[in-house]
Design a protein around this ligand. Structure first.
Ligand SMILES: *[C@@H]1O[C@H](CO)[C@@H](O)[C@H](O)[C@H]1NC(C)=O
Ligand SMILES: *[C@@H]1O[C@H](CO)[C@@H](O)[C@H](O)[C@H]1NC(C)=O
Ligand SMILES: *[C@@H]1O[C@H](CO)[C@@H](O)[C@H](O)[C@H]1NC(C)=O
Length: 434
């Protein structure tokens, strides 16, 4: 009798568990539906509840409560979350891309490349690069995408995180993916690869920051400090606070539907550029966090000046050799991953997990930018700003690396090899010969 009772309650338990599993699956499919039909969770959940009423009729009270818990998931009251949510409201304001039209036509328009029209597109198909026709640029994109696919599928090329699933990427590693729900765009920003201007374009398009209540019209009007303040951007790592356990699911829906792009450049040239901008120009923050330890560890300078001004006046700066030593030192990443300015692109943007639609290169920035804006269907809204700065170029590489021992160059190549091969940059063999 006692035994029978036990097994009865056991059966009830199992039934309970199975009902919960069923409920979870139901919610997941239901949210897929939400994702397809309406992206505006804050505003449209209640509507959906009405329109999907037949689905809900057989649910018991507990199940309704769990549904409600999802619905009422609100950001907690920590100040930074309020700030986040403000951004969120701005980002997901009035006319969402998916809400406005999830029709096939819309997607087609979105993916289509309209015929080049030089009159509508000043700078496109004009000037020195007139040979770069639409088909040529399309062919180049297909090549870059195919190369990524091939490298990711090639088991002889290994690097950390290569074979994990998107679900297994920790949230904090998704902080470089900026989402614009208005136009259905995801941009993975790579510092030292025109990211200031692309971030400006993302702010302008998404309206995540407004100037006296209206969206910015000119990207260059957006102040630099706002551009690089993380609160200005709605990034994937912020999903968790808002959507909790559904965040990965929503990310996957957005990754499937939105146009994803990134810009890359030659990895060694990027390192030179990072060094020039962070250590050859006064930067208090980088001086304190990186230059002081480099001076102490690699420049035999046990007591470096405490401010960047004093250091520059005394002519004390880490050399490019010290910087490379820092990158190669196995202790460097013990406490913290590489700073984003020199972290490998494959670690910032996860090209084997995210199927990018467009891979731009800094080496062909102007053509790629114009083509991309057309592809995104926003070429009438925004123009890519012309860069007037003295850009680091490949031809300087030989001079910059002249003081780096060849053995170190080889180690450095190994460290950045995935970026070279994934993005189709040739191995710099002339630097690597003994
Ligand atoms: C970023 O912006 C927020 C809100 O506008 C501000 O409180 C914060 O101080 C800014 N951070 C930096 C580093 O400027
Ligand atoms: C490092 O500096 C100390 C004095 O500050 C000097 O005695 C020593 O020889 C230096 N070592 C190297 C390798 O330069
Ligand atoms: C750009 O910078 C390099 C090295 O920093 C310098 O040699 C060159 O003259 C600069 N060019 C211009 C146009 O400023």
């Amino acid at each position: 009798m006692h035994l029978l009772k036990m097994s009865n309650s056991r059966i009830f338990q199992i039934c309970g568990i199975m009902a919960s599993v069923f409920m979870i699956l139901l919610i997941i499919f239901y949210w897929d539906d939400v994702g397809t039909a309406h992206f505006h969770l804050h505003t449209t959940i209640s509507k959906i509840q009405v329109t999907h009423l037949p689905l809900m009729t057989n649910l018991n009270h507990n199940q309704l409560n769990s549904k409600k818990a999802v619905e009422e998931r609100k950001p907690s009251s920590e100040p930074d979350i309020i700030q986040d949510d403000l951004d969120f409201m701005l980002v997901e304001s009035t006319k969402g891309y998916l809400q406005e039209g999830d029709s096939p036509e819309m997607e087609e328009t979105f993916n289509a490349v309209s015929e080049p029209n030089p009159e509508k597109l000043p700078g496109f198909d004009l000037g020195i690069n007139s040979a770069q026709t639409k088909t040529e640029l399309e062919r180049i994109q297909n090549e870059r995408k195919q190369n990524i696919k091939d490298v990711c599928a090639d088991s002889s090329i290994m690097f950390s995180g290569k074979n994990r699933n998107f679900e297994d990427i920790p949230n904090k590693e998704l902080d470089h993916l900026i989402v614009d729900d208005q136009h259905g765009i995801i941009y993975c920003y790579v510092p030292k690869v025109a990211c200031t201007n692309w971030k400006r374009i993302m702010i302008l398009l998404s309206g995540s920051i407004l100037k006296q209540g209206t969206a910015y019209r000119d990207p260059l009007e957006i102040p630099r400090d706002l551009v690089h303040n993380s609160t200005s951007h709605f990034t994937f790592n912020k999903f968790w606070k808002r959507y909790g356990k559904f965040s990965k699911h929503l990310m996957k829906i957005k990754l499937k539907k939105y146009t994803k792009f990134l810009f890359v450049r030659d990895p060694f040239v990027r390192l030179i550029s990072a060094f020039r901008s962070k250590f050859e120009i006064k930067n208090e923050d980088f001086y304190n966090r990186f230059a002081i330890p480099m001076l102490q560890l690699y420049a035999n300078c046990s007591d470096p000046p405490s401010t960047v001004n004093e250091a520059f006046s005394a002519g004390i700066k880490p050399s490019f050799v010290n910087f490379i030593q820092y990158l190669l030192d196995p202790h460097t990443e013990k406490n913290m991953p590489f700073n984003e300015h020199w972290r490998q692109v494959y670690r910032l943007c996860h090209p084997c997990q995210i199927n990018y639609d467009f891979i731009g290169k800094l080496e062909s920035l102007d053509e790629d930018a114009n083509y991309l804006l057309k592809l995104l269907n926003v070429e009438k809204l925004v123009q890519f700003p012309q860069s007037l700065r003295n850009r680091t170029v490949k031809s300087w590489e030989h001079d910059w690396f002249s003081k780096i021992p060849v053995a170190w160059r080889k180690q450095l190549y190994e460290l950045y090899m995935p970026d070279f091969v994934i993005f189709g940059y040739p191995k710099p063999t002339n630097l690597l010969l003994d």
